[in-house]
Design a protein around this ligand. Sequence first.
Ligand SMILES: NC(=O)c1ccc[n+]([C@@H]2O[C@H](COP(=O)([O-])OP(=O)(O)OC[C@H]3O[C@@H](n4cnc5c(N)ncnc54)[C@H](OP(=O)(O)O)[C@@H]3O)[C@@H](O)[C@H]2O)c1
Length: 409
Amino acid sequence: MLGGYHIFTITHRDTALSRIQHYIVPAAGAELRQRLEFLKTDLALDELMYVATCNRVLYFFHSTQQVDDGFRQRFFHYINPDLDEASISAVHHLRGIEAIRHFFRVGASVESLVVGEREILRQLRQAYDQCNQWGLTGDALRLAMRFAVVAAKDVYARTRIGEKPVSVVSLAVQEMRKYQLPLDARVLMIGAGQTNALVAKFLRKYGYRNVTVCNRTYARAKALAELLGGRAISLAELPHYREGFDCMIVCTGATQPIMTPQLYAQLLRGERGQKLVVDLSIPHNVAEAVGRRPDVHWIEIERLRRRAAENLAFREREVAQAETLLEQYIEQFPTICRQREVERAMSRIPQEVHAVKEKALREVFRKEIESLDEEQRELIARMLDYMEKKCIGIPMRVAREALAYQSSE
Ligand SMILES: NC(=O)c1ccc[n+]([C@@H]2O[C@H](COP(=O)([O-])OP(=O)(O)OC[C@H]3O[C@@H](n4cnc5c(N)ncnc54)[C@H](OP(=O)(O)O)[C@@H]3O)[C@@H](O)[C@H]2O)c1
């Protein structure tokens, strides 16, 4: 069983992120299912699981046939006929315990672009559930998945690999929360691109309910405002905005400060008191003179980026401990596979023991049993039922003990 595990994978470490897409199955939903089913049937795989994220493509399969370079070429020609031989050779092939090691490491996020991101475990589980639902997986991948999840959870619980935010957005939101911005605070969000969309997700998660989104293109402001149950205005309307603000989050692709001292003063509408100003843009979109005002608590990207780098370094220091923990799970896996093989081989035992009992009752001792009275016959039937039940458990127990003895040697 262990020798039948294989992984074909290509990641951010092997190729430019933009090239990863060449290795994915270019389909979704029912079409993806059909293509994976064909792949499994045509290449006579026992089981198949497929995971595609923005920085990783991973085909995890189980097969008892020979998986050599020719097989890898056939596999990827099926995925993408335009892939040339060199691109296919860039794909890593891991087999047996190495495939298990890699799978466990991916689940525990030590192989991730940003180590410690638990999202990968959710993606693995989702991919597995999908492939399982489509009937592509079986016992072998179920076992590997089960132990990968247990190992990953242990790593997340017993190391600090997932602690300390490493994205500037989550760090910015963490600082906003430290500032104890009330949930009904007036938030003015300028820019409705990817970064602010991420900020908006956090705002929604934490329950900020008084948000105005302002964007150069009004439609994008409106879409983001809808997500937050807020209002939308266009950038052109901003100088006339009269609602005031407690917190301003600025993040656009503009290369000059949008938030000039004049515009800021206009937006204040004479209000006094401390304001929170977050600027996630590179270069800054909030003029330095605004950020340095004594009535402004300024959260700006350069400091957040330095913190993100420090936090990432902290997580990377936790990797060694995570690896030690993972190795303990990886070491156990061959025994788990052998146990499973024995269980599978022994799954016939109940049927066979039952057949022996039935034969004894109906053929071998039939005449003698017929000569007994009702009470005696019932006693014999009860005794044989008891024996049947007990006998089924014995070989399993003995085999388990033998395996445990072998692995402790
Ligand atoms: N993506 C990241 O991981 C990340 C992380 C930290 C910081 N940043 C910085 O965040 C900023 C925005 O990045 P993003 O990924 O959110 O970009 P994005 O998805 O491309 O969105 C850009 C946003 O900026 C607006 N915009 C672009 N040029 C503008 C201009 N000249 N005047 C006014 N608005 C303008 C766009 O408005 P329209 O809708 O009208 O086009 C849109 O709302 C950049 O400075 C980037 O360096 C990005």
